[in-house]
Design a protein. Structure first.
Length: 96
């Protein structure tokens, strides 16, 4: 074989390896993109679950405060005051 044929053969092998590496990288990238999408959806679901649980906790806290002792009554008044302030903020935003 001549030197030119050897160079061409070596070049063809290197190009084939580069193409194979690019193909594998593309497949790995697609798999990682699917995993990112799946994890993003899981995070969104967990965020919604956390928000629902926080809301439930606040309602339970208020219910317990309304049903309890003098200290609980003070907590209930604070909770009600907080809710009223939130409602006032919402009303003021609607009036803009």
């Amino acid at each position: 074989m001549t030197a030119q044929h050897e160079i061409v053969d070596a070049l063809q092998e290197k190009v084939a390896r580069v193409i194979e590496v690019a193909r594998r990288s593309s497949e790995e990238n697609a798999a990682l993109q699917r995993q990112v999408q799946m994890l993003s959806e899981t995070v969104k679901e967990k965020d919604l679950e956390i928000a629902a649980l926080q809301e439930r906790f606040q309602r339970l806290k208020l219910a317990r405060a309304l049903a309890g002792t003098d200290e609980s009554a003070r907590d209930a008044r604070q909770q009600i005051g907080k809710i009223v302030r939130e409602i006032d903020k919402c009303i003021s935003l609607l009036n803009r």
